[in-house]
Design a protein around this ligand. Structure first.
Ligand SMILES: [Zn+2]
Length: 258
């Protein structure tokens, strides 16, 4: 998403320089839309929420959306033999599970995309790599507004992969979905690098970083410690989360996430 951001992490404002290392490591940015923070559930920080999600089953149109105005079902992704419906389900569930383990937010899959909180599809007009769009209630004030629906749309003309292989021109599906889900729940980009919500795609890590977790907890409260890890690590992707030896620390701007 390319939305101007005016809100920065509170800690970074209060303690410039003093905790610079810690601030950088925990860096996050809450999404600010027309001057308001946006989140699921009650319009209050650190309040939990449960959100449904669905894959688009057919063409859907959102005429007022900034991104993802027209999305189609995911079926064209299955032209790639590496991506079956089962793989898509698994990778998507793993991406949502990352956020469930980071904060007091739960995701429930539903089959009815018209009623889902988060709708996932492919772009009817392919561009970029992936986008998210957040629609929120306009009738609330007080600096925080409730999200009504979020959409995530992937470019179906791009090649997607499962796991890392060091080629940062082809994106890992789980990573991209987790990043867009971050937007869909109210997080903006956390600078260029270092977090999953940073705008440069990296293969240095495949899970949420301290700033991602801090940002989600700022919106929804800390995760329930009794939540057990979802089967996110299942499948062939679990073994590829190690740092590839040949990945440079500074990445090319080519690999920008939206
Ligand atoms: Zn992004």
């Amino acid at each position: 998403m390319r939305i101007p951001v005016t809100v920065v992490a509170l800690l970074a404002v209060l303690l410039p320089g003093i905790m610079s290392a810690a601030v950088a490591r925990d860096r996050y940015q809450l999404l600010s839309l027309n001057g308001s923070l946006v989140k699921w559930g009650a319009p209050a920080l650190k309040s939990g929420a449960t959100v449904s999600y669905a894959f688009a089953a057919s063409a859907m149109h959102f005429p007022t959306a900034r991104n993802c105005r027209a999305i189609d079902a995911m079926t064209s992704l299955f032209d790639d033999p590496a991506i079956s419906p089962e793989v898509l389900d698994r990778e998507t569930a793993a991406a949502f599970a990352m956020w469930e383990q980071a904060a007091d937010i739960r995701f429930v899959r539903t089959d009815d995309a018209t009623k889902a909180g988060i709708v996932i599809g492919v772009q009817a007009v392919p561009r970029g790599i992936a986008y998210a769009d957040v629609d929120y209630r306009r009738d609330q004030d007080g600096g925080i507004r409730a999200i009504r629906q979020s959409r995530i749309c992937l470019n179906p003309e791009r090649t997607w992969k499962i796991g890392f292989d060091g080629d940062r021109t082809i994106y890992d599906l789980r990573y991209a979905l987790a990043h867009e889900i971050g937007h869909a729940i109210g997080l903006d980009h956390a600078g260029p690098s270092g977090q999953l919500m940073s705008f440069r795609y990296t293969e240095l890590f495949r899970g949420l970083q301290p700033g991602d977790i801090a940002g989600a907890a700022a919106l929804y409260g800390a995760a329930d410690p009794t939540v057990v890890a979802a089967p996110a690590g299942a499948g062939p992707a679990a073994s590829v989360e190690r740092l590839p030896a040949d990945v440079p620390a500074v990445e090319r701007p080519l690999t920008r996430m939206n």
